[in-house]
Design a protein around this ligand. Structure first.
Ligand SMILES: [Zn+2]
Length: 329
């Protein structure tokens, strides 16, 4: 179903602002390296030239390293950015328990430990960046009723942990709402009645409008029975349909443009791109699938922004600003 957009299309860029590390090794727990933050002023300047207002979701090592905190305070002083909180459980005190893939997902930790770690993180951001974060994203994505309840205790107003059309062994966002919404506190993937905390999912979907339909087809093509026919690969190569995520780390520019067109045609009022600060390290970064350099990264953000501006009336927003705009519509 195609729904026309009413009002300006909002463009949001969120950056998981965190330590760099090697995914092949153990999750780093102490003495994390945040050299990538040295490139954040250059990145932010590029965003400013485009008009983009980034949201930096800052984790504990970045908030507590003097040099990176200084850089973020300077960026905040421009008035063209927002700082939120990003919880990497492996390197946020109290450090306790196992440190495996399972515990790297916030949603897998007991509520008491999530609460303690979040208190540490929020205090670190308040002390070192002089802001109270209103926006949150879990480490490793995904959110459940337990974490949502804790976010409310800390006064968070917007969550951005929902990753539509993605799933792994610990959680599924396959049924998640793919446009901004008020989440059901008991089942945050879906809209509910409460009006205390808002959800701003990243933009993901397909190269054609009507994402839920294509998601169903993608799922059917991925099923064990038909996997041997390699139908998902066939659909990708013939461009019949492609599952896409709006990040220059994961997705080529042409595919991001198709995704943006399809999201707008589907009626999504907010186009939400995401990336990780560690990708600013030249041709490195654990999420940088195509090992793109900074120049290429900046160019791909510019290409998406200019493509969108050529088609619709765009307003650049931080996550909190986008939530406010959408709630008042
Ligand atoms: Zn992260």
């Amino acid at each position: 179903m195609t729904v026309p957009n009413s009002g300006k299309v909002l463009f949001v860029l969120s950056v998981d602002t965190e330590e760099e590390f090697d995914w092949e090794g153990a999750f780093p727990q102490r003495d994390c390296c945040v050299d990538n933050i040295n490139y954040l002023p250059e990145f932010h300047q590029h965003c400013e030239t485009l008009g983009v207002r980034p949201t930096y979701l800052v984790d504990y090592p970045v908030a507590t390293t003097a040099a990176s905190a200084t850089i973020l305070r300077a960026i905040l002083s421009t008035g063209s950015a927002e700082v939120g909180a990003h919880l990497h459980p492996w390197c946020t005190p109290p450090i306790e328990g196992e440190n495996t893939e399972r515990e790297s997902h916030v949603i897998n930790l007991p509520a008491t430990l999530v609460r303690s770690k979040l208190a540490t993180l929020v205090t670190a951001i308040e002390d070192n960046l002089q802001v109270r974060p209103k926006v949150f994203r879990t480490g490793r994505w995904g959110i459940d009723a337990k974490v949502m309840e804790i976010l409310l205790e800390f006064g968070f107003e917007v969550d951005s942990s929902v990753y539509p059309y993605y799933e792994n062994q610990y959680f599924s966002c396959m049924d998640a709402c793919d446009v901004p919404y008020w989440p059901d506190l008991g089942y945050p993937n879906r809209p509910g009645q409460q009006r205390r905390i808002y959800e701003l999912p990243i933009t993901s979907g397909f190269n054609r409008p009507g994402f839920p339909f294509w998601a169903g087809l993608h799922r059917a093509f991925s099923s064990i029975i038909v996997r041997k026919a390699r139908l998902v690969g066939l659909a990708w190569h013939t461009r019949l349909f492609r599952k896409l995520f709006l990040s220059p780390e994961l997705t080529a520019v042409d595919d991001m443009l198709r995704l943006v067109d399809a999201a707008v045609a589907s009626g999504n009022p907010a186009i939400h791109m995401f990336l990780h600060s560690s990708t600013l390290l030249e041709e490195r970064g654990e999420y940088n699938r195509h090992k793109i350099g900074r120049a290429e990264l900046y160019q791909s953000i510019r290409a998406v922004v200019e493509h969108l501006q050529a088609r619709v009336d765009v307003e650049f927003c931080t996550i909190s600003e986008a939530a406010q705009r959408l709630q008042s519509r």
